[in-house]
Design a protein. Structure first.
Length: 178
């Protein structure tokens, strides 16, 4: 840990985070949930909100891919994803479903602001983000795809969206001389 200059769990919990929250809308796979925890740790996500049928820590299957990130990343459980979205909106977050919809914007065209807080909703591996949840969102973001399949794995999608957000926020900071 020292050689890699990694933060301890306590140092991570106390460190400044990105103003971004991840919501899991009925994600079934515990391995996907664990992977999302690990990616969220790596990129300094503020919190993961786990909803519906999605499993929560502590859980050996989540731990298998999270590798302890379930202990460092703050998380909360809501039975209803709609309730989670409503709460985040009351807390001043812009909420986006990561989903293919008729009005979704291409991830490459998404331009986050340093002055806003964001929440990204990732959906069930088979059904995606629920329509009642999409209806509450400020918009939908779509990851472009060029093959025969029309979806990415939910953990992979989370990684792409968070890295894109992280890169754009830090690129904006760099342009401002920070």
């Amino acid at each position: 840990m020292e050689e890699l200059k990694r933060k301890s769990i306590e140092e991570f919990k106390e460190s400044k985070k990105l103003s971004v929250t991840v919501i899991l809308d009925n994600v079934r796979s515990l391995n996907n949930i664990g992977s999302i925890f690990r990616t969220s740790d790596a990129l300094g996500v503020e919190k993961i909100i786990i909803c519906g049928i999605s499993a929560t820590p502590p859980n050996a299957e989540i731990h298998k891919t999270a590798l302890g990130a379930e202990d460092s990343v703050a998380w909360e459980y809501f039975q209803s994803t709609c309730d989670a979205v409503k709460q985040l909106k009351l807390d001043g977050y812009l909420v986006f479903a990561i989903e293919q919809t008729t009005n979704s914007i291409d991830l490459r065209d998404f331009s986050p602001s340093n002055n806003s807080k964001y929440s990204f909703i990732l959906g069930n591996e088979l059904k995606g983000v629920s329509q009642d949840v999409i209806d509450l969102c400020d918009g939908s973001i779509e990851v472009p795809q060029f093959g025969t399949k029309h979806s990415f794995n939910v953990a992979v999608t989370t990684g792409m969206v968070l890295w894109d957000y992280f890169s754009k926020i830090h690129n904006t900071d760099n342009k401002k001389g920070r």
